[in-house]
Design a protein around this ligand. Structure first.
Ligand SMILES: Nc1ncnc2c1ncn2[C@@H]1O[C@H](COP(=O)(O)OP(=O)(O)O)[C@@H](O)[C@H]1O
Ligand SMILES: [Mg+2]
Length: 409
């Protein structure tokens, strides 16, 4: 029985590089790094099938979409390609649990959306393989045409089909490991920020009272003084107290956001109003603004003015990261059925790995004249709305800030 079921595997032929299968299997047991597994997998397929283009999309829980994890070949704009679970292609792969050959099953194309067909065209995809682990579709592999435009042989097709389950398990393990690490990191960060918040709130309150006394004394003296120089100095001192007040209120809105006035409103309005505020600056800096927003309203229960401040801070950070121009992309939409996800992506300088854990700390700044309070305030606002905020970045390429807020239907 055993032997029989093994024989039903496609029969190896001498001409075919089956050793690659073994090599990949061995290497999968050794690596635990997700990106390396993905690249290794694509590398093996490219090497053995001589194909131009390959793209591997993996389900990203944070954004609820299949995103490009690794690719090979020249595929401009490949990084921005994504599929959602509701897309017909994803559904087809989930149901059929087998590969789709666009050449042999052209009828399936009619069932796809225009956007999907466009993506397949961009990828030059001939084959789509589901990557399944524990009965779940965790990824999709797109295989482009063969280098010399030859057809794929049956043997080649089953070769990929044999590689994918192995890789699926390895990828899933690496993902779980990555998620676990991420969860731990978030926990530490929340803990750290809660402690800093307590400290900051205490200090800010303590500083506020004497500051008010200083300010009113200065104002009194400024009014009384006849001496020009003295008035000038008092004016400067007053301005500086103003600055301290600003910093204090920033600190307070990080640690204990002022009473939030929640009201049901369309988040798209807050987003548009915040965008309007930076439109001029963006044009001046040659930053293109791209919007991917839904047609229908996104109702949430939140404090409109605070949310506007939140997005304004994110947009400003993006603009400041792109002094030479670039693209600021704003996307929003429902995620997981219970949240709204807003992503702000820029093509700026990015954030070095070692700073990623510190960007929400109050006073952490890498900018000349920066206050380092912007993201701390964002964190405070999101937390008081029972949401979540995350930063992802690729130094030299850009940054994405993901904000999740509870959806109010
Ligand atoms: N979109 C972004 N691109 C690159 N770096 C960013 C971005 N957003 C935030 N940062 C980094 O995080 C730091 C803290 O940001 P923030 O709290 O807004 O303070 P500030 O803008 O005053 O520096 C910034 O100094 C910068 O190093
Ligand atoms: Mg800022």
């Amino acid at each position: 029985m055993w032997l029989k079921s093994m024989v039903s595997r496609p029969k190896p032929s001498d001409a075919y590089p089956w050793h690659i299968f073994k090599e990949l299997e061995d290497s999968l047991n050794l690596i635990e790094d997700f990106d390396q597994i993905a690249l290794n997998f694509l590398g093996k397929i490219k090497e053995s099938l001589a194909v131009d283009n390959l793209a591997l999309l993996i389900y990203d829980q944070d954004i609820g979409k299949f995103r490009v994890s690794a690719s090979m070949g020249s595929l401009p704009g490949v990084k921005s390609i994504s599929f959602s679970s509701a897309d017909p292609l994803v559904k087809w792969l989930k149901v059929n649990k087998t590969h789709l050959s666009l050449r042999d099953q052209p009828g399936v194309l009619d069932y796809l959306t225009a956007r999907e067909r466009e993506i397949l065209e961009t990828l030059g995809a001939q084959l789509c393989y589901p990557i399944i682990s524990m009965n779940r579709l965790i990824g999709i592999l797109f295989v482009g045409a063969k280098t010399e435009r030859k057809l794929f042989s049956k043997q080649e097709l089953s070769f990929i089909a044999l590689l994918t389950p192995q890789t699926g398990i390895a990828l899933e393990n690496a993902l779980l490991y990555r998620e676990q690490r991420e969860r731990f990191r978030r926990m530490l960060r929340a803990d750290k920020l809660a402690t800093i918040g307590e400290l900051a709130a205490g200090a800010a309150h303590e500083i506020r009272n004497p500051l008010t006394a200083i300010k009113s004394s200065l104002q009194y003296l400024e009014g009384k003084s006849q001496d020009e120089t003295a008035r000038k100095l008092l004016g400067t001192a007053l301005e500086e107290t103003g600055r301290i007040e600003e910093i204090l209120s920033g600190l307070l809105s990080f640690s204990r956001p002022s009473e939030i006035k929640k009201e049901r409103h369309d988040l798209l309005e807050s987003l548009d109003e915040s965008l309007d505020l930076i439109a001029y600056q963006a044009r001046k800096q040659k930053v293109r603004i791209a919007k991917e927003l839904p047609q229908s309203p996104l109702y949430i229960n939140g404090d409109k003015s605070q949310l506007k401040q939140l997005f304004l801070n994110l947009f400003l950070n993006s603009l400041q990261a792109m002094p030479q121009g670039g693209e600021l992309k704003l996307e929003a939409g429902p995620a997981d059925g219970k949240d709204v996800l807003v992503t702000v992506t820029d093509t700026g300088e990015g954030i070095p790995e070692e700073n990623l854990d510190r960007v929400f700390d109050p006073f952490f700044t890498t900018k000349k004249g920066g206050t380092g309070l912007g993201l701390s305030i964002c964190y405070g606002i999101v937390r008081s709305h029972e949401g979540n905020i995350e930063v992802r970045s690729q130094p030299g390429r850009g940054t994405t800030v993901l904000t999740k807020l509870p959806l109010k239907v």
